[in-house]
Design a binder for this molecule. Structure first.
Ligand code: FES
Length: 87
């Protein structure tokens, strides 16, 4: 880790990411393309990347339904997708 990195927690797992990127980019870089499931259990993930489609909604720092494409990563940030068990 260097000064250009921050550590976030994705579903209980610590991940070091580049400072300044969006939460959506951090998750995609980590190999995650499904961010949540719809009410009909359909896999959903980022579509527009600019805050319009709401398909990237996640729980970030215990606030539900935040758009991951609009939130910048910060050190210690906690992200819960519900896709992986918390550790
Ligand atoms: S990807 Fe469309 S609102 Fe985030």
């Amino acid at each position: 880790m260097n000064t250009a990195d921050v550590t976030i927690t994705i579903d209980g797992r610590a991940v070091t990411v580049v400072r300044g990127i969006s939460v959506a980019a951090a998750l995609i870089n980590d190999g995650m393309h499904t961010f949540r499931s719809s009410v009909t259990a359909t896999s959903r993930g980022p579509l527009c990347g600019m805050g319009v489609c709401y398909e990237c909604r996640l729980e970030i720092d215990e606030v539900a339904h935040r758009r991951a494409c609009l939130v910048t990563v910060t050190d210690g940030q906690r992200i819960n997708t519900g896709q992986r068990p918390r550790q």
